[in-house]
Design a protein around this ligand. Structure first.
Ligand code: ADP
Ligand code: ZN
Length: 711
């Protein structure tokens, strides 16, 4: 059986070996047993039901909660040559009938369904008349009423056990906590399922948390090494999302906003572009997440603190599904703590609930101020013991300096106390530094004993100290008042001199692009400079094929497969067949084309196509022609002529391409429309605008007018 499974793995999927416990799981389900699979994102859950689905006779039925997830898997299987179909609300009644007939004729091997479809009595009756290979229940944690993804329809899936007693069922999830696990077992009637629990470590993710100083510059410095990588930047508020997306675009990093305040169509379009294009950054609130199956998200950056480690793990987990190096980066400061505590205070819910949330926030803060390995600390929270420091996080790589902060901490606490427990950090630091400010004089704080006792330390050090005092609960925030600091009960032993305090010494934050170690992971770049050109050529070919087939690029081949082509340089079809991720069907369809690119026989024409494509995304992300020219390393004149071409083909609107003042635009349009009949050539009116706009602008306006006339 395992032999057959291996053959399918190689022939259909193009992979050489099973990962982790995939082999055991497949053997269990293919042999007719039930299974509960807990595996982190990117662990390879899909193969666990796809392979036995292909091995067993009959129709494999897969339950999936989101249309986006279904579409993605269906497209992927379709590319692999598996006869697969999805049944959801986007399928018309007529198409549903055709599909039902095809299923009855045995022409469909795998069927993806929304849970509410599956449990319709008619559907169940229909399926009972067929041979069923297995039921796979993906995202099984949706059955949990306590989780945020709860889907009531999942509760009804339990009846499958009684209706189809001889059909194996496999439930899969990346949510591991004990309570959810037990709920899945009870509600889905999986008491006889064998449990397969994998480590929740994501070894390819590099974790880094930096103190927040000038967050935007820090983010830019982090991004500098990651041009043309796709990533997600999480922010707390919608307003900030909009601002950061605009800022990044202006700085030459094409970025799109995503939050619940945007119209549905805009959100859908941005999500689609993120999946289909390469190198786009999605700036988003947590509204963006579930259903994002894009495997080559190279980084997840947080500009604001998540409210729990569960949220942090889940959000950072969207990076690097493909197993290639990826980064989780976060800038964190005292302001974040204040904000979240405030939100918690104002939230609805009883005291007990608030205490739980407070506890979760504390765990998040502890990770931020952690002096040991971040990964050990993160996994320990999820009850997993990593015996040794990971060597792949900022603390492991940079080392953490700690210092004895007992005395200055006492001074800081004393400053809080002496000033009456009502001032924010800014003023407290001024007092400690002995600054002569208006506020100090107004309140007579220059007469306090603590005034000026902290002159020997820099302002940044004091701020870092206050942040850590709050994060450790030694000082509290006065949430009823104006967010001033107060002493908390736990600081008494420290004030009395009964305990000492070791704190983390903040590294100087990196705000220039010449960031060496502090920017991100040591392996932040996937390809070496000398490989760049061929890598881009491979990606361009992939993009072209993806456009032709109307699927996201990673459905053609994941990055890992392209990377292996790049490194192993196959020179023949049989060598190409050895590359991981190249199955029989894809070899036949695409092998030749990729061999040509690798052999350097098909480069030039595509690079232009590539530039065109990138230009359109850069322009629609709001970059000016000068910035685009800089990014694509070509002349501005070239950019204008490509823009005009794209406008002419209606791939881009004039407004997206250029930011022209209204009256100037009208003037140019009038000049073109002045005469009778045909539009005059640009040369005919260029004289009038000679010193006012680049000639390229005129080409763009003309192209827009022309395309309007053609409609
Ligand atoms: P999950 O659903 O657990 O997040 P996926 O099933 O999407 O993970 O798999 C993540 C990636 O790993 C996919 O690109 C998949 O093709 C790849 N993958 C899975 N199993 C293997 C394997 N045995 N060998 C190579 N690649 C694999
Ligand atoms: Zn580590």
């Amino acid at each position: 059986m395992l032999e057959q499974a291996r053959r399918i793995l190689k022939d259909v999927f193009g992979y050489d070996s099973f990962r982790g416990r995939q082999g055991d799981i497949i053997e269990r389900v293919a042999g007719g047993g039930d299974a509960l699979v807990l595996m982190p994102t990117g662990g390879g859950k899909s193969l666990c039901f796809q392979v036995p689905g292909l091995l067993r006779d009959g129709l494999a039925v897969v339950v999936s909660p989101l249309i986006a997830l279904m579409d993605d898997q269906v497209a992927t299987l379709d590319e692999l040559g598996v006869s697969v179909a999805a049944l959801n609300s986007t399928v018309s009644a007529a198409d549903q009938r055709i599909l039902a007939e095809r299923i009855q004729r045995g022409e469909i091997k795998m069927l993806y369904l929304a849970p509410e479809r599956l449990v319709q009595p008619r559907m169940l009756a229909f399926l009972q008349g067929l041979q069923i290979a297995l039921f796979a229940i993906d995202e099984a944690h949706c059955v949990s009423q306590w989780g945020h993804d709860f889907r009531p329809e999942y509760l009804q899936l339990g009846q499958l056990a009684e209706l189809f007693p001889d059909v194996p069922r496999i439930a899969l999830t990346a949510t591991a906590d004990m309570r959810t696990r037990e709920e899945i077992v009870t509600r889905l009637h999986l008491q006889n399922a064998e449990r397969f629990l994998s480590s929740f470590d994501r070894p390819n993710i590099f974790y880094r948390i930096v103190p927040k100083e000038k967050p935007r510059q820090q983010l830019l410095a982090f991004l500098a090494d990651r041009r043309s990588d796709a990533g997600i930047v999480y922010c707390l508020s919608r307003k900030k999302v909009d601002e950061v997306a605009a800022y990044l675009s202006a700085e030459g990093f094409p970025a799109l906003p995503y939050h619940a305040g945007l119209p549905n169509e805009t959100r859908a379009m941005h999500q689609k572009r993120f999946l289909n294009e390469e190198g786009l950054i999605m700036v988003a609130t947590i509204a963006f997440g579930m259903g994002i199956d894009k495997p080559n998200v190279r980084f997840v950056a947080h500009l604001d603190l998540p409210k729990s480690l569960e949220a942090y793990y889940q959000e950072t987990g969207r990076a690097g599904r493909d197993g290639l190096p990826a980064d989780a980066w976060m800038a964190y400061g005292l302001q974040d703590v204040l904000m979240l505590k405030q939100m918690l205070q104002n939230s609805e819910g009883d005291e007990r609930h608030k205490r739980v949330e407070q506890h979760k926030l504390d765990a998040m803060l502890a990770l931020c101020e952690e002096t040991r390995c971040r990964r050990q600390s993160l996994l320990a929270y999820f009850d997993e013991d990593l015996p040794n420091p990971c060597g792949h996080c900022d603390n492991c790589v940079d080392g953490v300096q700690t210092w004895d902060a007992t005395e200055p901490a006492r001074q800081a606490l004393s400053a809080i106390y002496r000033t009456g427990q009502r001032y924010g950090v800014g003023h407290l630091v001024d007092v400690l530094l002995g600054k002569d400010t208006e506020k100090v004089r107004n309140f007579g704080h220059q007469h306090l004993a603590v005034f000026g006792v902290g002159k020997n330390r820099a302002e940044g050090e004091w701020r870092s100290l206050f942040r850590q005092l709050v994060a450790r609960g030694l000082a509290d925030v006065d949430l009823e008042g104006y967010g001033g600091l107060r002493l908390s009960d736990t600081c008494r032993p420290l004030l009395r001199g009964e305990v000492t305090l070791e704190l983390r010494r903040d590294l100087k934050p990196q705000t220039t692009s010449k960031s060496s170690s502090s920017g991100g992971s040591p392996a932040s770049q996937l390809v070496r400079p000398e490989e760049r050109e061929q890598w881009e050529a491979l990606r361009a070919l992939r993009r072209k094929l993806a456009e032709e087939h109307a699927v996201p690029p990673y459905v053609i081949f994941p990055d890992s497969t392209l990377l292996e082509m790049l490194r192993s340089q196959p020179g023949s079809m049989s060598e190409m067949a050895q590359v991981s991720g190249v199955g029989a069907r894809k070899l036949e369809r695409y092998g030749e084309a990729f061999l040509e690119v690798l052999g350097g026989r098909a480069e030039a024409p595509r690079v232009v196509a590539d530039i065109r494509h990138e230009l359109i995304s850069l322009a629609s992300a709001g970059m000016t022609p000068a910035q685009i020219a800089n990014q694509l390393q070509c002349t501005e004149k070239n950019v204008y002529s490509l823009l005009a071409e794209a406008i002419g083909k209606q791939q881009l609107s004039l407004e997206q391409a250029l930011d022209l003042p209204e009256d100037l635009l009208t003037e140019i349009q009038d000049a073109f429309l002045d005469g009778e009949g045909e539009l005059p050539p640009v040369a005919g009116i260029a004289g009038q605008f000679a010193s006012r706009v680049p000639e390229g602008v005129l080409y763009c306006v003309r192209a827009a007018l022309q395309s309007e006339f053609e409609i």
